[in-house]
Design a protein around this ligand. Sequence first.
Ligand SMILES: Cc1cc2nc3c(=O)[nH]c(=O)nc-3n(C[C@H](O)[C@H](O)[C@H](O)COP(=O)(O)OP(=O)(O)OC[C@H]3O[C@@H](n4cnc5c(N)ncnc54)[C@H](O)[C@@H]3O)c2cc1C
Length: 414
Amino acid sequence: MNRAAAISNGSSITIAVPKYAQQRVAVIGAGPYGLSAAAYLRAAGVKSVVFGEPMGFWQSRMPQGMMLRSAWYASNISDPAHALSLDAYEREHRLEISLPIPLRHFLGYGMWFQSQGIPDVQRRRVLRLEHNGREFALLLEDGERYCVDRVIIAAGIEAFAYTPQVFDSVRLAEELVTHSSQHRDFTGFAGRSVVVVGGGQSALESAALLSEAGAQVELIARNPRIYWLTGKARLRRDLTGADRLLRSRADVGPPILTHVVSRPRLLKLFPSRLRDWMVRRAIRPAGAAWVKPRLSRVTITTGREISKAEKLNGRLQLTLSDGTRRMVDHAILATGYRVDISRYEFLAPQLLGAVDRVQGYPVLGPGLESSVSGLHFLGACGAWSFGPLMRFVSGTEYSSRALINYVLGVSRFG
Ligand SMILES: Cc1cc2nc3c(=O)[nH]c(=O)nc-3n(C[C@H](O)[C@H](O)[C@H](O)COP(=O)(O)OP(=O)(O)OC[C@H]3O[C@@H](n4cnc5c(N)ncnc54)[C@H](O)[C@@H]3O)c2cc1C
């Protein structure tokens, strides 16, 4: 506890200012993880500034018409009083949100969370983050420099879009090949032939939206079959009956296994081989069952990879692993994201070099702090240390509590 002197009515009094309240904290990214973390920090009296466009990734990197795969009960952005829930948003706006949750409603919810919890988000990007051994310096896009004691990186997966190497030669021809994150609107594909590569929710839903927009679509997936997430629980507001035992409210992974993979501390107790299997099983590519009926006009080819991609007479020729070929107007790579923090361009090389990493992920300890004291990573970057829960909105509860408990040094919210 530090002590600051103040003058009142001519006499000197002493006010106790907790040490945690004196630190300056910056949060990079105003998506679900950044907003949630800031809500906890502020509720605890820790000064924090959030940088970034609120819900920017959801606004610009997901297709209009998309629905959330996660269930209602797993789509709350966590705040310490649980006052900023989806239920509260729906009530306050007199809405009746259908299930699965449409993207536009989740976006509305995220923006409302921000306006209620963190109204003063700084809508500026951080161009550079440096550390001089004592404090962190953030260089903002308008040239301002901002110095803090602690930085919470909640910058999401935008920088990690993954495209298979085989597309490298045609990758620069955006009229022929794009990543799924580059599309908000598929109407421009009406009447064109499009291959969607991938077998997860993003691939399946993109294929459905493209087909509904009037494109001729073939989906090509590496797995021998498409895995569907069945069960009605995801289309309910809350878990009921036996589902309460079988499923967790985090909605990560299959029934029963979900109770392990959505509890980071429990998951850590398992031997690494078993843990790796559980994690792989929990996040294997799969689609929500409600997409299936929307794929009636989509050709689905499984168990095959693209082995060659070439530009031919202004079109795209794809050679598959079974030797067959496709000549199409465009390929959309719904091939996901691979965390690699060296792709966060704002991280100064010296700072990046000081962060212990495994396979691109930062190694995180209590409070999701990295090997650089005062530097935390939230969201998907935390998945190597805290499991697949960190990839989903439902993980905001765990990560924000872990962070605030660490920052305060006490278990006030635990
Ligand atoms: C197509 C798709 C569908 C998904 N559906 C679901 C779902 O149904 N349910 C679910 O739980 N999860 C879903 N996810 C995963 C989802 O992305 C995460 O759950 C969620 O976005 C994680 O929140 P976040 O705050 O970590 O990241 P984000 O939401 O990505 O927020 C990070 C923000 O930081 C910003 N940023 C990055 N760098 C900087 C910088 N230098 N300066 C300032 N700001 C910066 C980014 O622009 C971004 O807006 C989906 C993902 C995709 C791709």
